[in-house]
Design a protein around this ligand. Structure first.
Ligand SMILES: [Zn+2]
Length: 242
């Protein structure tokens, strides 16, 4: 479960499910006294739904169509049986059904893949066409003055060229106001490059085996062997800080 609310019980493999949700599986963004929802999205205050989207205060619906309790149970039983046979039951919505390309999702930040690798898995990839910003002039990032006070408001009409990637980007008025209020320089890097560098400061989402630098105990850590930081076990760490 990811991002769940209070009072949930017997929920599994779902995200944003909450506030008194019971027996809700493989569903997204559904809440308020929901019970027995399977493969649903944005359904609220409802019970016994299968593959529904955007329903409120409904019962016994499959793909948003109303059934009687008996018919519902019969059809859902059949569907689940077929899904079990196809080894689909028990899994979250398949990645291939995502409305977004893998490369424009956060998965790309944590588990980067090439277009060929993504296509091989049958997942989508969105080729992004770099649009030239509508600007009156272009200024290389390095030529921006350090003090925002020295920059005319006209900068909002300029395309700034990223120092690292050469990509062009523009500022929005709220952003310029923020930099001025906080007395910060205008960024010289494209927003995507700034994001990439922030992400690069985080440890990867995988652990490796290492020995505690103090007592030699076996530990698992996201700091790989090449990293220069001193990594210790929990016991040694606690001795050190208290
Ligand atoms: Zn230790």
């Amino acid at each position: 479960m990811y991002a769940f609310g209070y009072g949930n019980e017997k929920c599994y493999d779902s995200l944003e499910i909450g506030t008194n949700a019971t027996s809700t599986l493989f569903s997204i963004s559904s809440w308020n006294n929901i019970t027995d929802l399977l493969y649903c999205f944005a359904c609220h205050s409802s019970q016994n739904l299968f593959g529904c989207i955007g329903l409120k205060q409904k019962k016994y619906c499959i793909l948003n169509k109303q059934y009687t309790k008996e018919k519902y149970e019969q059809i859902v039983g059949q569907i689940v049986g077929q899904m079990v046979a196809r080894k689909e039951w028990g899994e979250f919505f398949p990645t291939a059904m995502s409305c977004f390309g893998y490369n424009e999702s956060m998965a790309m930040d944590f588990y980067p893949m090439t277009k060929a690798e993504v296509s091989k898995k049958g997942w989508s990839w969105h080729d992004m066409v770099e649009k030239k910003p509508d600007a009156t002039r272009m200024i290389p990032g390095a030529r921006l003055p350090d003090r925002t006070a020295d920059i005319p408001d006209d900068v909002l009409h300029w395309a700034i060229q990223c120092e690292a990637t050469g990509r062009l980007f523009k500022l929005i008025p709220q952003e310029l106001k923020f930099y001025r209020d906080q007395k910060l320089p205008i960024p010289r890097l494209h927003p995507d490059e700034r994001h990439r560098r922030r992400m690069a400061m985080r440890n990867p989402r995988r652990v490796c085996d290492r020995a505690c630098a103090k007592c030699g105990a076996k530990i698992q850590t996201t700091y790989s062997h090449e990293r220069l930081e001193i990594v210790v076990c929990e016991e040694c760490y606690l001795k050190e800080v208290y």
